[in-house]
Design a protein around this ligand. Sequence first.
Ligand code: SAM
Length: 223
Amino acid sequence: MQKNREIITTADGSKTIFFPDINENYHSHHGALQEARHVFFKNGLDHFSGRNELTVFEVGFGTGLNTLLAIEYAEHHRKKITYHSIEAFPVSLEEAGALDYGSLTGNPSLKTWATDLHLLSWNEEHRLTDHFRLKKLLSKLEDYSLETAFYDCIFFDAFGPRVQSEMWAPEILKKMYEGLKKEGLLVTYCAKGQVKRDLKSAGFRVEAAPGPPGKREMTLAWK
Ligand SMILES: C[S@@+](CC[C@H](N)C(=O)[O-])C[C@H]1O[C@@H](n2cnc3c(N)ncnc32)[C@H](O)[C@@H]1O
């Protein structure tokens, strides 16, 4: 990944990592926290409100923000979540500390996970709370085979197609489709026409939803 990286504060006060050379962020500069909550929880996990147990696959563990929010979600809703998150280029512990995500969670008992998540060993399942199991997968998505029809929801949080088109390739989207259970859902902040067409070609039923602040639309793709 890019060597030149900066920690910036986004419009809602939460921080993210910015690559000035390619003008790309880990999260929306309009608000990292509000984007994550809107895209992956309000338009993602909230669709499964009737379920007590969920399996989630995340593309891009990155800063661990979505994972931290998923722990909070599991505890708050008393829902058992098995969460698998893939990452090829882990952030450093120093960077994770500087992001200060511990200050974002309303659940004080979860604060230390903001940095501790980054210390957990890769490729093993860890039971973090009564409700949350995490496996961080150290691999390129291109090289990883998802278990077939295993996941209820995929958080597709790759860098945008402008800077990393290979993550949005038709064969990757097909792989996501195969990994989802029937009626499973892939959610992404991306609303590009080509991505939506490729999702359809992979077999998904594609829906647009209003985007988080600063973005008109986002995408839901159902199996
Ligand atoms: C938009 S950021 C993810 C943000 C992350 N979900 C978070 O909450 O911080 C995209 C992530 O994908 C990772 N990544 C880039 N190429 C990858 C690849 N080929 N396979 C797996 N992960 C990759 C990046 O290192 C980065 O952490």
